[in-house]
Design a protein around this ligand. Structure first.
Ligand code: ADP
Ligand code: ASP
Ligand code: MG
Length: 442
């Protein structure tokens, strides 16, 4: 019997009917012994995730505005779940006491991470009760330092110690705690990371990640209609695609599994019979198309610095990047020419400090000009097979030219695993569809 860690995302646990489906999947196999859960997600298009409701309630409370209605809405969602699952009144009484205890923290400062983590915590309690599994609070096993930095080594040891000789447990995803018990969360979508950590600790044969799509798809299904399934994906490809916006898996979810080689399988809770996607450390299996996948994100800005004879000035790049570093801004790409250098950063991060940053770049480098272009998207075309195929970049440009997309930047990663393309936000969807059409929908 293979030992499995199974993580169910928000839409897979959004209401009683979905939790019943997840329960059916779990009970179908003895090996599904470790269950990681998200907070209830969207039940339909336009619905709001419980995590988002919690963020809103906390913001309202901090602004001194009424938040009670928001909390009632959240409580109502859980009540529906508890009733729909037929859990006892006694359980509900206990549960509601926990919920009320949460509300007490809403007006406290620095309690945001605690508040938003309660979506997973409270759902975990319900799912554990429904399955008849033990509940293990993530605050006791996922370790952070007091600044919110995740501590992998410590977590690994703690998880091993706590889960040793235990099975049939439910662990809420997304959060952990520091030594003083203060709760910290991963970034959004972080329950995927919790699942990997549990899989690593219990040396699972496989980590199943159950969601609302039939696997990792070649492109975002919200951009390309009915995209093809990626059957096998490597950890590195996943990181590239996830980082660039394929939210179906968190980009950091593969890190705990790097050394162990435990495969991740993405499956659809609403169509459990499908083959899904396998994510593995290495594969000699060629991908079906030259490219494995396309992903992308909007909202970048490009800062272009021009200076005559820049190329012969030693340390020019360092001076520019230091300015961004001093402002705590990380850069995405730095394409350069003989007399120009462009730094791509997140627009949001740049906006508030723009004037200061531009001034400091002038000061530090004596640049002839420093210009900013906003409203840019980055698109990543990723594939382990690209380096074996000649003319991949050429094909991408042909596709983009035919779709009348203006390419603002191109950057090929040195591993030849990806090609990054910068386009205007308005042309982003068109660009993704064009590349998809060129390589896949032929
Ligand atoms: P969960 O709540 O199960 O963690 P998420 O909403 O985080 O699910 O991720 C699943 C969603 O990811 C899908 O509904 C889909 O809209 C989106 N998505 C974006 N890019 C891709 C892709 N390349 N393949 C599959 N899904 C994708
Ligand atoms: N509930 C959290 C979020 O919405 C974590 C997760 O679902 O993975 O981001
Ligand atoms: Mg997710």
């Amino acid at each position: 019997m293979s030992r499995k860690v199974v993580k169910f995302g928000g839409t897979s646990l959004s209401c009683a009917a979905q939790i019943k489906k997840a329960g059916g999947i779990i009970k179908e196999e003895e090996g599904r012994q470790y269950v990681v859960v998200s907070a209830p997600g969207k039940r339909w298009d336009g619905d709001i995730k419980v995590t988002d409701l919690l963020y809103r309630a906390y913001d309202l409370a901090q602004a001194g505005r009424p938040y009670e209605e928001m909390m009632q809405q959240i409580c109502g969602r859980y009540r529906e779940i508890v009733t729909g699952l037929g859990l006892s009144e006694a359980f509900w009484k206990e549960w509601i006491q926990e919920f009320e205890a949460v509300c007490v923290h809403l007006e406290k400062e620095n309690a945001q991470e605690y508040i938003v983590s309660r979506g997973e915590y409270l759902n975990g309690k319900i799912v554990a009760q429904y399955l008849g599994f033990a509940f293990v609070d993530a605050a006791k096993i996922i370790c952070f330092d007091k600044n919110g930095e995740f501590l992998h080594e410590k977590t690994r040891e703690r998880l091993k110690a706590v889960l040793k000789d235990r099975k049939f447990v439910v662990v809420p995803g997304f959060y952990g705690a520091d030594d003083a018990g203060a709760v910290h969360t991963f970034s959004r979508g972080g329950s995927d990371i919790t699942g990997s950590l549990v899989a690593e600790a219990v040396q699972a044969d496989i980590y199943e990640n159950w969601t609302d799509v039939s696997g990792f798809l070649v492109a975002d299904p919200r951009v390309v209609e009915n995209p093809k399934l990626i059957r096998i994906l490597t950890y590195r490809e996943l990181r590239e695609l996830a980082y660039m916006g394929a939210v179906v898996m968190h980009e950091e979810a593969v890190l705990p599994l790097h050394k162990t080689g435990i495969p991740i399988q993405i499956k659809n809770t609403n169509a459990p019979g499908g083959e899904g996607t396998m994510i593995v450390g290495n594969t000699c299996q060629e991908s079906e198309f030259t490219i494995t996948g396309i992903a992308g994100k909007k909202g970048f800005a490009a800062v272009t610095i021009e200076k005559d004879r820049m190329n012969s000035e030693i340390g020019f790049g360092r001076k520019v990047l230091e300015v961004f570093q001093n402002h705590g801004i990380s850069f995405e790409h730095v394409p350069s020419g003989i007399d120009t250098m462009t730094v791509f950063v997140k627009q949001e991060a740049l906006e508030e400090k723009k004037e200061k940053i531009l001034f400091e770049i002038y000061e530090a480098t004596g640049a002839d000009s420093v210009e900013v272009e906003t409203g840019l998207s980055l698109l990543a075309v990723v594939g382990r097979g690209m380096k074996e195929h000649r003319g991949t970049a050429g094909k991408i440009f042909t596709a983009l030219a035919h779709a009348d997309v203006n390419v603002k930047m191109i950057d090929q990663g040195s591993s030849e695993l990806n090609i990054i393309i910068g386009v205007a936000d308005e042309e982003f969807e068109r660009a993704v569809r064009a590349v998809y059409g060129m390589f896949v929908a032929v």
